[in-house]
Design a protein around this ligand. Structure first.
Ligand code: F6P
Length: 318
């Protein structure tokens, strides 16, 4: 009987539970034995795992977070940790490991695959920064940000204020761009594109000139300190300017239909890969298609932002 284990790793993302459910149920459907590893790579090193049944994943498809819990493991990046992880899997005769997580987790997966474990990756991170694919959790996070923009727009126009909204996306402007376009932001600041501060100020001033009641500026975390940005806008425009940092609210909540479906398709595909003998790949999903990419290619790639989206936002926010 084929054996596999599944873990979630790195920052949690809504839809991880739907992916765990799909992996467990598809594995049992294919008469495989499936184990859940708790707390990500930390749990793998500690040998914290147990067999999962159909019932283990009942009533979780709609829940945010991850029932397996997660961690960001420094131990795993060291040889000793990795050897221990392999040993724990070998002792139970588990040759296949499904890793649900973002870039760091997939990198960890690639390393352990070099020790002989067959690793199948499933991309899950709200940042959507894994190459070649859409990631589980991104759609839900964008919708959460959108809801926040809608709420802020109400109060911003009531008071005639400028609002700076900081969103997540370490080194990556995907959430900021998508939520900015869908939310009608005046300016979007992302790490991949140099900010034209003069243009940002001109837009605010032009808006005031036309009798516009508010301005929304979306900033991806880490691009620019939002307090400095606030001081700069106040100095240049004299406008009452407020800051909202959305933070971890973007990571939780019930997953969207898009994320649940993607997670279900990817989870099943991961098990199909194991059944068909495919080794060390990431399951990817783009434009309604689910396919695989060698793990080695994924970890060396860098996702480039969609410049057309940025251009779209720029044109529509004049
Ligand atoms: O999950 C990815 C991410 O949300 C980044 O956008 C953010 O910088 C980071 O996680 C925050 O991580 P932590 O929860 O460990 O503070």
């Amino acid at each position: 009987m084929q054996k596999l284990a599944v873990l979630t790793s790195g920052g949690d993302a809504s839809g991880m539970n739907a992916a765990i459910r799909a992996v467990v149920r598809s594995a049992i459907y294919q008469e495989m034995q499936v184990y859940g590893i708790y707390q990500g790579f930390e749990g793998l090193i500690a040998g914290n795992l147990s067999e999962m049944t159909l019932g283990s994943v009942a009533d979780i498809i709609h829940r945010g977070g991850t029932i397996l819990q997660t961690s960001r493991s420094n131990l795993f990046m060291q040889e000793k940790g990795m050897e221990q992880a392999r040993e724990n899997l070998n002792q139970l005769g588990i040759k296949n490991l499904v890793i649900i997580g973002g870039n760091g987790s997939l990198k960890g997966g690639y390393e352990i695959s070099r020790l002989g474990i067959n690793v199948i990756g499933i991309p899950a991170t709200i940042d959507n920064d894994v190459v070649y694919t859409r990631s589980i959790g991104y759609d839900t996070a964008v919708n959460t940000v959108l809801m926040a923009i809608n709420h802020i727009r109400d109060t911003a126009s009531s008071h005639g204020r400028v609002f700076i909204i900081e969103v997540m996306g370490r080194h990556c402007g995907e959430i900021a761009l998508a939520a900015g376009v869908a939310g009608g932001a005046e300016s979007i600041l992302v790490p991949e594109i140099e900010t034209d501060f003069e243009q940002m100020i001109e837009k605010i001033q032009a808006g005031i000139g036309r009798g516009k009641l508010h301005s929304i500026i979306i900033v991806a975390e880490g691009v620019y300190p939002v307090m400095d940005l606030q001081d700069y806008i106040v100095e240049k425009t004299g406008q009452d300017t407020r800051i909202t940092i959305l933070g971890h609210i973007q990571r939780g909540g019930t997953p969207s239909a898009v994320d649940r479906i993607l997670a279900s398709q990817m989870g099943k595909m991961a098990v199909d890969c194991i059944a068909s003998g495919l080794r060390n790949v990431m399951v990817a999903g783009r434009e309604e298609k689910i396919f695989t990419i060698p793990l080695g290619e994924v970890i060396n790639g860098t996702k480039t932002p969609e410049l057309e989206m940025f251009e779209l936002a720029r044109i529509l926010s004049i």
